[in-house]
Design a binder for this molecule. Structure first.
Ligand code: ATP
Length: 264
């Protein structure tokens, strides 16, 4: 299977503290993977080394076989990596349609004339995207009037409008209702048919909805990888989530694991 992302022995040190520690990770082309781990496990740093925001102290990050070492964040984004941050960043006074047009146009000016693929362009047309993200009937109202979940879907649409090959999605369902959470899950599953996707998420019910394979990060390394049942029943994972002194948010994470029906 062809790899879209290869992380080889990556360490990131901050003043001697290893936020990532000899990390190895691969993502297949077309795969949808979920990354979980307790607070401070290195999840954000993991995304930062992929986007080039942080450079590895040691090791290599390859995207489509290309070493990203000497590339800037901007160059890496143009190679086809799109990142969605936790809080939606949409233009609230513009409509969803205008938000999507703006993102598509910006890309067109800069880049798509060079790499434009008609099929993708068609799929990513604004009308098609509005349908994909379930906002066709809300396309022409100010985005400020959308619910939090709808804004999240709009921002995912804006990301897709830039035609990335790899989508990095950071905690997309934090603070959403159950129904909105399920909508986001369905959207990511639909996008997974034509993209490689890496999602960071704590909500285990959501992880169960979308994940085929889960990677657990702990102290900057991969602790365990497998399907959701394998991961939730792995003694090492149980220990990490429940066997250590925890702050409040760690407790919240472990409770989510419990609530999801595992044997924890
Ligand atoms: N710029 C930095 N300088 C020093 N330490 C850092 C820096 N960035 C991250 N760290 C440390 O590295 C560790 C991993 O942080 P990171 O934010 O990647 O974890 P995380 O898994 O995303 O956690 P959370 O779930 O709380 O967001 C933490 O202990 C953090 O304090």
């Amino acid at each position: 299977m062809q790899k879209i992302l290869e992380i080889e022995d990556v360490t990131v040190s901050f003043d001697g503290f290893k936020a990532l520690n000899d990390l190895n990770f691969n993502l297949d082309v077309g795969e949808l993977r979920v990354l979980i781990g307790p607070n401070g496990a290195g999840k954000t740093t993991f995304l930062d080394v992929i986007t080039g925001k942080t450079k590895p102290t040691k090791g290599r990050v390859l995207f489509k076989g290309r070493n990203l070492r000497s590339l800037s964040e901007h160059q890496i984004a143009r190679l086809g990596i799109g990142r969605k941050f936790q809080t939606p960043r949409v233009y609230l006074n513009l409509t969803p349609r205008e938000n999507l047009e703006l993102t598509s146009n910006r890309k067109k000016n800069v880049w798509s004339t060079l790499v434009g693929k008609p099929k993708n362009a068609e799929r990513n047309s604004v009308a098609g995207l509005l349908e994909t993200i379930g906002l066709s009937s809300r396309a022409d109202i100010p985005a400020g009037l959308l619910s939090h979940g709808e804004k999240q879907r709009l921002e995912i649409g804006m990301l897709v409008a830039q035609s990335p090959d790899l989508l990095l999605v950071d905690e997309p369902v934090a603070g959403l209702t159950d129904e909105e959470t399920e909508n986001i899950g369905d959207l990511l599953l639909a996008l997974a048919e034509s993209h490689s996707i890496l999602v960071i998420e704590h909500d285990m019910e959501f992880v169960r909805q979308i994940a085929r394979k889960v990677t657990v990060l702990h102290q900057g390394s991969v602790l365990c990888e497998g399907n959701i049942d394998q991961v939730q029943n792995d003694p090492k994972v149980i220990e990490v989530y429940l066997g250590q002194p925890m702050d409040d948010s760690d407790t919240a994470h472990s409770l989510e694991l419990e609530a999801s029906g595992s044997e924890l």
